[in-house]
Ligand binder design. Structure first.
Ligand SMILES: Cc1cc2nc3c(=O)[nH]c(=O)nc-3n(C[C@H](O)[C@H](O)[C@H](O)COP(=O)(O)O)c2cc1C
Length: 195
């Protein structure tokens, strides 16, 4: 082991997923690129995402208390980056770049080109200062048969999502599977005690 060096209080959570968060604005549907997003609870199923207060998307989410989260594949790399470069607040019509569909919620526009989309209903909004943390209940997940494995679960090799690293601002494809979760640890620690 080498000597540790402190890089300061940076959020080096490697890597981050790249998603497109959709909301309805007065002008119509809008999508913004979001990497600060994660599942936070399985039951009831919830996720949370941190969105800067100045984004147009926040206005739509606050108004309707509904939004979508779509996972783009590497096929949508450039258009996903574009959704993070321009704001609907400056007149950009980002929704025009996609085919939009809707599911169970009235105000959760989703992107047909994305292999997986989630519908979310806001449970609470936490004011963090510069950002708002939207904690949301998951309402539905939309995909297509061709993105599922033999047990009808989303198959990451078929979804082909991509990830982000900061502060170098680079996108990465997902690499090889390296193990089985909740399992490979037994090879070093034996059978875990029952919970
Ligand atoms: C790869 C990438 C990831 C981003 N992740 C976030 C994020 O997690 N939270 C956030 O507030 N902004 C994030 N942004 C910035 C917004 O996507 C960007 O400011 C966007 O233009 C906001 O759009 P809107 O004003 O139309 O809502 C990200 C941008 C990129 C390129």
């Amino acid at each position: 082991m080498g000597t540790k060096i402190d890089l300061g209080p940076n959020g080096f959570i490697y890597p981050m997923p790249v998603t497109l968060v959709g909301a309805d604005l007065t002008a119509g549907p809008n999508f913004m690129t979001v990497a600060w997003i994660t599942r936070v609870q399985p039951n009831p199923p919830r996720l949370a995402c941190g969105l800067g207060k100045g984004h147009a998307t926040n206005i739509g989410i606050r108004e309707h208390r509904e939004f979508s989260v779509c996972l783009p594949s590497t096929d949508q790399l450039a258009v996903s980056d574009w959704c993070g470069l321009v704001s609907a607040g400056s007149g950009a019509d980002k929704a025009a770049m996609f085919s939009i569909f809707r599911g169970a919620l009235e105000h959760a526009p989703m992107i047909a080109e994305c292999p997986l989309c989630l519908e979310c209903r806001v449970e609470r909004v936490v004011d963090l200062g510069s950002h708002e943390l939207f904690v949301a209940d998951l309402v539905a997940t939309w995909t297509e048969e061709r993105f599922l494995d033999e047990k009808s679960r989303p198959d990451i090799e078929k979804l082909r999502p991509f990830t982000l690293t900061m502060p170098d601002k680079r996108y990465w494809a997902v690499g090889d599977q390296v193990g089985e979760a909740w399992s490979v640890g037994r090879s070093v620690g034996g059978q875990p005690p029952a919970e």
